[in-house]
Write a protein that binds this ligand. Structure first.
Ligand code: HEM
Length: 406
């Protein structure tokens, strides 16, 4: 394929992806990689190629359309089956365009008004930490804030949130063996059953939430969104709307605590530096650094290499975000970086619909935490932390010493 041996992305990759990302960037424009489930992909790593590929209509998102099941043993799943089947992320035009327009408008109007509520939830979570010396910030802040925000946005009752604790990890984890595949399928069907009941409840007793708004749009004109599409949308918003943001906050706080000069600069002038800090955190070590999947609907040339029609492609966002051809001193964490068009939220037709909400949550969570705890520090060595082995990367826990609150 490319003359180089395939690169295997194993658990070591999510624990410390940077050597592999550097290797990808140092090699040719396209490299063969093998994922934990044994599937092979053409990896695109350079920034310019990533941006080009993500705007190329010959690169489909709908796996089942692009990959033929030919050769699959009877009873085996379709080679394009994955957790996000049928969701907005897994669709191409025209259904992608129709659904994205519908939900995009609804989300934008709601996110506009969410700032004060995000601050209120954050303050409540930080209040609960006062008087404690130690905390795990994943458990205390990074997880509960985004799940409560997306829960309220969608209209998930507060009492149901603890039951959703593991869905992100289960659904976005890499499938490595039969057991993890079974666990993921079980979580998927449980979550879909739960969401079907929730949607039925919104039909009989609508609220002021986004799910009720989608149900109302369907009742007004059934062509706008079908039952299956509504369920898939609820699933994507619920999972995509919290898991990534958990990792932005978790990895973000960790990165700041391990870069004390940058942290001190941020503490001196948060109003000016916080927005740029969030984007630099996304570029430097973003939740989606392992990458995005696409499927070639035709032969596509990348950097002089032809990727044949019907291939799986992995666009390695973490590599693109550290490409020295685009970012000067890419391995430097610099919260004052001016020109920072990172691709942590993707690019093109599928650009993240929750980017504004995620940035807002990141700013409020990290800004409020630093303000409340001026002496915050890590309670373990960074290399003692464990990392999720998943397509969305982040630490399992973040033990800190809080110090006296302000
Ligand atoms: C799509 C990243 C937060 C909802 C995407 C994509 C990326 C991404 C890379 C593109 C997928 C692709 O091209 O295949 C992130 C990151 C986040 C974040 C890094 C947090 C730091 C959120 C939140 C929401 C959300 C909070 C919900 C409100 C979506 C949706 C899509 C999407 C609905 C699908 C868009 C489409 O396919 O047209 N996200 N996301 N995301 N994201 Fe996010």
């Amino acid at each position: 394929m490319t003359g180089e041996a395939p690169l295997t992305l194993d658990a070591g990759f999510t624990a410390d992806p940077f050597p592999a990302l550097a290797e990808l960037l140092a090699g040719g424009p396209v490299r063969h990689v093998v994922l934990p489930d044994g599937s092979e992909h053409w990896a695109v790593s350079r920034y310019a190629d990533a941006v080009r590929v993500l705007t190329d209509p010959r690169m489909g998102s709908e796996a089942r359309r692009a990959l033929t099941p030919a050769g699959a043993a009877p009873g085996r799943s379709h080679p394009g089956d994955h957790m996000m089947n049928g969701t907005l992320m897994d669709r191409d035009p025209p259904s992608h365009t129709r659904l994205r327009r519908l939900v995009g408008r609804m989300l934008a109007a709601r996110v506009e008004r969410m700032g004060p509520r995000i601050q209120e939830i954050t303050d409540e979570l930080l209040d609960a930490l006062e008087g404690q010396q130690h905390a795990d910030l994943v458990e205390a802040l990074a997880f509960p804030l985004p799940i409560r925000v997306i829960g309220e946005l969608l209209g998930v009752p507060h009492r149901d949130l603890p039951g959703l604790r593991r869905i992100g990890g289960d659904l976005l984890g890499f499938v490595t063996d039969q057991r993890s595949a079974r666990d993921a399928r079980a979580t998927l069907s449980r979550t879909r059953e739960y969401l079907a009941l929730l949607i039925a409840a919104k039909r009989s007793r609508p609220g002021h939430d986004l799910l009720s708004e989608l149900v109302a749009a369907q009742a007004a004109d059934g062509r706008r969104i079908s039952d299956d599409e509504l369920l898939a949308m609820a699933l994507l918003l619920l999972v995509g709307g919290h898991e990534t943001t958990v990792q932005l906050i978790g990895t973000g706080v960790l990165t700041l605590l391990t870069h004390p000069r940058q942290l001190a600069a941020l503490r001196r002038d948060p109003a000016a530096l916080l927005p740029g800090t969030i984007d630099e955190l996304l570029r430097f070590d973003g939740p989606t650094s392992p990458g995005l999947f696409r499927y070639t609907l035709d032969d596509v040339e990348v950097g002089g290499v032809t990727i044949p029609r019907g291939s799986r492609v992995l666009i390695v966002l973490g590599a693109a975000n550290r490409d020295p051809r685009r970012f000067p001193h890419p391995d430097l964490f610099d919260i004052g970086r001016q020109d920072n068009p990172h691709v942590a939220f993707g690019h093109g037709a599928h650009f993240c619909l929750g980017a504004r909400l995620a940035r807002l949550e990141g700013r409020v969570a990290i800004g409020s935490l630093l303000k409340r705890f001026p002496d915050l520090r890590l309670a373990v060595e960074p290399d003692e932390l464990t990392w999720r082995f998943a397509s969305v990367r982040g630490p399992d826990t973040l033990p800190v010493e809080l110090g006296a609150p302000r």
